[in-house]
Design a protein around this ligand. Sequence first.
Ligand SMILES: *Cc1c(COP(=O)(O)O)cnc(C)c1O
Length: 455
Amino acid sequence: MENVVAINNLAQAVPSGRLVEKEEEIKKELVVGRDMRASCFEITEPDPNDDLTGDKEAQMASLFARYKKTLINRTNHHLGYPYNLDFDYGDLAQLQHFSINNLGDPFIESNYGLHSRQFEVGVLDWFARLWEIQKDEYWGYVTNCGTEGNLHGILVGRELFPNGILYASKESHYSVFKAARMYRMECVKVGTLVSGEIDCANFKAKLLANKEKPAIINVNIGTTVKGAVDDLDLVIKTLEESGFTRDRFYIHCDGALFGLMMPFIKRAPKVTFKKPIGSVSVSGHKFVGCPMPCGIQITRLEHINTLSRNVEYLASRDATIMGSRNGHAPIFLWYTISRKGCKGFQKEVQKCLRNAQYLRDCLRFAGISAMHNDLSSTVVFERPLDEDFVHKWQLACEGNIAHIVVMPNVTIKKINVFLNELLQKRSNWYQNGKINSPCIAADIGPQNCACTLHY
Ligand SMILES: *Cc1c(COP(=O)(O)O)cnc(C)c1O
């Protein structure tokens, strides 16, 4: 099969910068984004005449008008990252004039009066109900992002088990491995199935090899690249079978992506504090949709006392990762959750899954390798050969594969526009079938691969 395009050739067609990363002894060539230094908006010092001429003001206004146009265009062509770009927070514009900051503990008012704890605790209570933990048994906060939730959850686990080993599947988000580096924790990477789920046979072998140390486990409720959901029940069973009693393990659930979708899928396994888990985190700007990054972290109240310190300067308690905390974010979350409610989220989840299915089917029908995990709205497919195309549609790529995450703003119409363009481009890349598309069976399984060998 000499005319199968080797994936190494892919990068050669790429004009932008390259980075060679050494990871696990394998040299990989990564395509990195464009260098921003040439296109930055330089800040110029105000001129004494500016007030008179109004030139600077006019320049700035025109710059913002152009920037807004770019944002609209980029919003219309966004498919790759799991951000719901469909929202309207017009009612909240009036709050922009205030420096709202929830520094300290959400449940203990600090001396700084411009805070939004009323909204924050409302949001947290809602999530506590969703993940089935009593009001007086949980603690949590609105974070800056899903990463902060992971950093916090893993820290809680580390404080409980200072010599514990962190276990995470190799398809876990990079923030999990960052946490291990930051906290200097021993970290064991666990293998995955083709679907992207944690491989519990491999997990068991690794647990048995480290029986003397407690286990801190990151469980993925939707992996970043394939949208795979780790089988929480099987993880717990594997721990028990390997001789880890409940006082010797801590589970953090990284639900950044699907933490808010899974509860609304009937056939999905349940994430609940009725199971022996320690914490769950989710990103607020992903499925919910929010103009600023944010997230939610919920853990058990009993765990937080080991972690927190009272701070006189705040008149509050320090149990969060960050100091100052965005006080606007909880209001935005409160607003959307109040307006949509569980029914609204459920409808949107169903729509996303349907549209993801549609996208997967269309790709396969067109002879393009594609995979879609049942519980997810992420569609994985062959990496487009043209980096400009990837850039235009803001596709997230890793190795030989790319993905689209179907969020509520990704409509059938948008999918169709994308598909038409992809098919057109593809006929050039592969010269109307004269060149075969690459085999990606190793990434998505032979049954999903449309290369000449597997089709
Ligand atoms: C996006 C994501 C994160 C990180 O969330 P941020 O809000 O971007 O910090 C963590 N885990 C998973 C699985 C994700 O998809």
